[in-house]
Design a protein around this ligand. Sequence first.
Ligand SMILES: Nc1ncnc2c1ncn2[C@@H]1O[C@H](COP(=O)(O)OP(=O)(O)OP(=O)(O)O)[C@@H](O)[C@H]1O
Length: 299
Amino acid sequence: MSVNRHAQSEAAAGRHGRAPRNPAVVIDNVTMVYNVTSTGGGEEVPVAAPVRWARKALGRPPVVKNQALTDITLAIHQGEFVGFIGRNGSGKSTLMNIVAGQMNPTIGRVYSVDTPVKLGVNVSLVPALSGEKNIRLGCLAQGMHPDRVDEILPDLVEVAALGNAIHWPMKAYSSGMAARLRFAVATATDPHILILDEALSTGDAQFRERGQKRMAEIREQAGCVMFVSHSMSEIRDMCTRVVWLDQGDLLMDGDPKTVTAEYEAFMKDLAAGNNFAARARKEQLQSDFVRTELREVQW
Ligand SMILES: Nc1ncnc2c1ncn2[C@@H]1O[C@H](COP(=O)(O)OP(=O)(O)OP(=O)(O)O)[C@@H](O)[C@H]1O
C-alpha cells in the first residue's frame, strides 16, 4: 500500500506498544473534486474550446472545480467507534459517501472487509407500509432469513421505540420517527461497518440513548462505526477516536478529548472573529500532523 498520511492514533498505538488490530476500512490517499457551475470565478474545469464557446453563447456559467477532500488516508479498525467532526463543508459527508460506495473518489481508493452499511441508504423503505412491516421488509432486503426476522422483530421494535406508531404507515411519521425506524433497520443485521451521518440529530433523548446502546453492541461485536456529528458531547460520549476534517484536509486524528478540545478552541476563535488565531492554530496542527505509512496494515 502506498506511502501516505497516517493516523496520529496509529502512531500513538505504536508508541504505546499496543498490538496491531485488524483494519475494517482503509481509506487510501482519497481526493475528491466536484465539478460545479459557478458565476463567481474559481478554477475552471478544462473543456474543449467549442464546448466553452457553446456554453458562453447559451449564457451558461462556467464549470469550476470544488475540491472537497485532499489526500485523506486513514485506517479504521474493527471495534473502533470513530467520530468525524469539522465545520460545514469540510468533507465529512463526502467521505462517508465514498466509503459507503455511493460515489467514486477522483483519486485514491477505499478498501473494506465488508460492505459498509450507511444509514438510510442500503434499504429503501415504503411510506405506505407500517413501521413494523417496513422493519420486516428492510431485514428481508438485507438478506435475512424470514425465521430470523420473526425472532429479532420484537428487539428491533424496541430499538425504534415508536410505541403504537409502529403500526401506523410510515408516511404519517415525523422526521425523527422515520429516523428511528431507519436506524432500527440499518442496525438489524449487526453490520460490520456502520456509517452514521448526523443520524441521531433528529432524534430525542430517548432515541439517542437507545441508539447509543445499540451502537455500543455493534462495536462490541468487533464491528466499526463511523459517526458524523456536530455535537461534541455526543462525540465525546460515544467515540473511541475522533477525526477532524477542515476544508477537505485531515487536521487531527486522535483521542476524543484532545481532538474535540482543539476543535472547540478553533471554533471559538472563528466565532469571536479571531481568524488570524484560528488560521495559526490550523497551520500548527497541519505541521504537527504525523505523516507516515499504511504499510503496516495487515488484512
Ligand atoms: N453534489 C455536490 N456537488 C458539488 N459540490 C459538492 C457536492 N456535495 C458536496 N459538495 C461540496 O463538497 C464540500 C464538502 O461538502 P460535505 O457535504 O462533504 O461537507 P460536510 O463536512 O459534510 O458539511 P456539513 O457539516 O455542512 O454537513 C463542500 O464544499 C460542498 O460544497
